[in-house]
Design a protein around this ligand. Structure first.
Ligand code: RUQ
Ligand code: CUA
Ligand code: CA
Length: 647
């Protein structure tokens, strides 16, 4: 530990504090009578790993690069972040850590008008009365579409764990354009797009998104089998990247945690805990090993084509049988359960395409699975599936997620140790094979505190560049000014360009972003002005604006052009059902207008050349000054339209 302390002396004013947190975190589990899984590694220091010690002692504090940018300087990386409780998707610039945008997905947002306009309600889903079907969400994981092993800038996806929904974000306009609710699952958590097609070499880009569901329930979950735990199952789902329809699902044993996909398109996997099928957590951790569950995509799709599936409840989605019992013969198996120490959490694909690395969570280990060997097992060329495990090494307490630098090193968060461990994958494989001199732990860095997700620049592509690493710490404790009982979380930035990791910045974040990806800015080409033709309702000329009445159904067409709306006033009657359509005819980048109607609870913006619509019932007579809510012009405050409502 001494080397680590020396390197972060300035960032760690009180080393004892971390120890206190460790003890508290461990006590939580131990107090519940669950120390079994941890006791093996809970030695005297409470955090000292059994693994070989780190690199040279007296190394001087490493030099590092400045994350701070001068005024006017642009970041070199984009970061796509999930918002957590807020249900949104965030866009950061890195290395500065500046938050550039929030894209509402599952949440209403008055700035954008998300959840207020007809277009956004259609994406979010409504009840029969037109109100939103769901108003809460819990976003955890976000990943983007691939082409040739790198991000292609088309889409990103994000999950909602509460209501098992997947949202797609268009990365040209940074808007959510589709949301799909997965049938017959609860606790949709892990998510990962494929990287190419398993069969057709011409499809060298993402066409599927895989979704793992955590919570097992009776199927269908309609009141039957409430007390028959042995009938509870969960499903692994495949969503079409373009249509966002659910293509197929797989019935499995155990609960899905994180998801990973191979660069060759052939395999998807989910780490699994609760292969025991328990309903209480004591039961969920009784087995010493759980699994990393592999899916043979080509075989599953063939089985669906051959009609070898069933459906559950009212869902039409084909469900194939991926349970362990039904897939014992490798030659026909759709799934393969590689064992991993108990209750593993993250699974991450190494950028060389060779390995999936599973983080042990309740075990202090990282497990390295060689994908070629898993494929060999499916081909009948490997007698025992677990021989695909090429390393299982101790790395520290509470491993959760792993990132890569493209130079053969893995960086795993250690939740209980409040550290990042940098370890060399090939050295770990040598060590596992019996070379006890192989020094696989390269470095350790204290972080603040209890880290969960981690990612490095380009880490989840074939072009991992080993420059910057971000880590999402679940507890900030004493790192920021106190703001009452709820603490911000700490996102820390680490320079990984050298041998030693160097902590270079702390950022407070509103809890809790969970996961994120970081990639080069050149990979995105966002558009800054809309195309009028993308909107069927567009009011293309101020001359088309006005009030169009058909009985009590009224359409109000409005255009905006700084600093005026057209029409400047419009007349309605109590009892009218109004659809208001607004097109922003300004063509200049950054010239956004807003439209708010007092006492009618309406507010939304229109970006340049964008059209939005809102439908509402006119129920209050009087004068209502509709005004522009987005500063647009020197006459912004004067930019209004008078809504006159007759009794
Ligand atoms: S999980 S802290 Cu929801 Cu991403 Cu691992
Ligand atoms: Cu238009 Cu402010
Ligand atoms: Ca927290």
């Amino acid at each position: 530990m001494d080397e680590a302390k020396m390197n972060t002396a300035e960032a760690m004013p009180d080393p004892s504090r971390r120890k206190f947190l460790n003890t508290a975190a461990l006590a939580g589990l131990a107090g519940a009578g669950l120390s079994v899984g941890l006791s093996a590694c809970n030695n005297e220091s409470g955090s000292k790993p059994a693994a070989p010690a780190a690199a040279p002692a007296a190394a001087p504090a490493a030099a590092h690069r400045e994350p701070h940018l001068k005024p006017g300087e642009l970041d070199t990386y984009y970061g796509l972040w999930s918002g957590g409780h807020t249900g949104d998707f965030r866009v950061l610039g890195l290395p500065s850590g500046r938050e550039l945008h929030r894209v509402p997905c599952f949440n209403a947002d008055p700035l954008i008008g998300w959840g207020i306009t007809n277009e956004s309600k259609a994406v979010m889903g409504t009840k029969a009365d037109g109100s939103l079907k769901y108003t809460v969400a819990d976003t955890h994981h976000t990943h983007a579409s691939y082409k040739d092993g790198n991000y292609d800038g088309r889409y990103a996806w994000i999950n909602d764990k509460i209501n098992s929904r997947i949202a797609r974000i268009r990365l040209d306009y940074f808007i959510c354009d589709k949301i799909t609710e997965l049938p017959n699952v609860q606790g949709f958590h892990g998510i990962f797009p494929d990287k190419r097609d398993p069969v057709d070499p011409a499809i060298n880009y993402t066409t599927r998104v895989f979704c793992g569901a955590e919570f097992h329930t009776p199927l269908p979950n309609d009141g039957r089998d409430l007390d028959s735990l042995d009938k509870y199952r969960t499903l692994f789902s495949c969503v079409d990247a373009e249509s966002m329809e659910v293509r197929w699902q797989v019935l499995i044993d155990g609960n899905c945690d994180l998801v990973a996909t191979s660069f060759d398109g052939k395999l998807a996997a989910t780490n699994q805990y609760n292969t025991e099928g328990g309903a209480r957590y004591e039961d969920m951790m009784s087995a010493e090993r759980d699994a990393c569950l592999f899916f043979n995509i080509a075989r599953i799709e063939q089985a669906v084509k051959d009609g070898k599936f069933k459906t559950y409840g009212s869902s039409k989605v084909p469900v194939v049988d991926g349970t362990k019992a039904a897939n014992a013969d490798p030659k026909t198996a759709l799934t393969a359960y590689v064992t991993v120490p108990k209750n593993p959490h993250g699974v991450n694909a190494s950028p060389d395409g060779k390995y999936f690395i599973c983080a042990g969570k309740l075990s202090p280990t990282g497990t390295v699975i060689e994908l070629a060997k898993v494929l060999d097992w499916f081909d009948g060329k490997l007698d025992e599936l677990d021989k695909a495990i090429v390393a299982e090494v101790e790395i520290g307490l509470g491993p959760l997620h792993t990132a890569f630098d493209g130079r053969g090193n893995a960086y795993t968060t250690l939740f209980l140790d409040s550290q990042i461990v940098k370890w060399n994958v090939e050295a770990a494989i040598k060590f596992h094979a019996g070379d006890k001199n192989a020094q696989y732990v390269v470095d350790r860095l204290d972080v603040h505190y209890q880290p969960g997700h981690i990612n490095a620049s380009q880490s989840e592509t074939m072009f991992a560049d080993g420059q910057w690493l971000a880590v999402g710490c679940k507890f900030s404790k004493d790192r920021f000014l106190p703001v009452g009982p709820l603490h911000a979380e700490t996102e820390q930035l680490v320079d990984i360009s050298g041998e030693k990791m160097v902590l270079v910045a702390d950022h407070p974040v509103r809890p809790e972003p969970h996961d994120f990806i970081i990639f080069k800015r050149e990979l995105l080409q966002p558009k800054q002005v809309y195309d009028l033709n993308e909107f069927p309702l567009a009011v293309k000329d101020p001359k088309e604006a006005g009030v169009f009445r058909d009985g009590n159904k009224v359409t109000v067409k409005i255009t905006s052009m700084a600093p005026a709306f057209e029409p400047r006033e419009f007349r309605l009657k109590v009892g009218d059902e109004v659809t208001l359509i607004m097109t922003n005819l300004d063509k200049i980048e950054d010239l956004t207008h807003g439209f708010a109607i007092p006492k009618y609870n309406i507010n939304f913006i229109c970006n340049p050349q964008e059209t939005k619509s809102v439908t509402f019932k006119v129920d209050k007579p009087g004068i209502f000054w509709c005004y522009c809510t987005h500063f647009c012009h020197a006459l912004h405050l004067e930019m209004r339209s008078r809504m006159i409502v007759e009794a």
